[in-house]
Design a protein around this ligand. Structure first.
Ligand SMILES: [Cu+2]
Length: 172
């Protein structure tokens, strides 16, 4: 590379025409599509400039993942004034929902057998969330709650969380 540049310079001193011809030849033959060594001269701007595009996917559409629920996959109940979540066995149905802020959620099942707690589950580790809008509930068969604040509201059954009895409400 350096060598050919020097040759070009010397030829430039000798003959502008010859140098121009050589440059044309160098451009045609040297800057082939597969020769990376040539990239810095004639193909200059290709190299490292192209790597800036990877960061763009953040933004508000980023899915939230919690308690096995992906906000982009959750069942859409955003047009419903009331969303029913029933539970039996070791399962909430539906487990992952999106609702509109200000709408109501009704949990329906036997709370004594499946105490409801707002919070997250990671493997066998449960983390109750004291600021969850869902009150810990261990009696009765129905809990109605209005969720007015946007955000994820994860919940679980304190007896069966490690068996996967958990879910999340995404309030939008
Ligand atoms: Cu349970």
């Amino acid at each position: 590379m350096l060598k050919s540049t020097l040759v070009v310079l010397r030829l430039t001193e000798m003959s502008v025409l010859a140098a121009a011809l050589l440059l044309v030849l160098a451009t045609l033959s040297g800057c082939g599509d597969s020769d990376p060594k040539c990239a810095t001269i004639s193909c200059g701007t290709g190299g490292s400039a192209g790597s800036g595009g990877a960061g763009g996917s953040g933004g508000s559409g980023m899915p939230i993942m919690v308690n096995g629920c992906d906000s982009s996959m959750a069942i859409d109940k955003t047009n419903d004034a009331t969303t029913m979540i029933s539970f039996a066995g070791i399962e909430y149905t539906p487990r992952c929902v999106r609702i509109h802020a200000g709408s109501m959620v009704v949990f329906s099942g036997t709370f004594a057998s499946h105490p409801l707690v707002g919070g997250t589950v990671n493997g066998s580790t449960v983390t109750p969330d004291a600021s969850s809008p869902l009150p810990a509930t261990s009696s009765g068969s129905e809990l109605t709650i209005t969720l007015s604040k946007a955000g994820a509201v994860p919940y679980y059954c304190s007896l069966h969380a490690s068996s996967g009895m958990m879910g999340a409400i995404f309030v939008e």
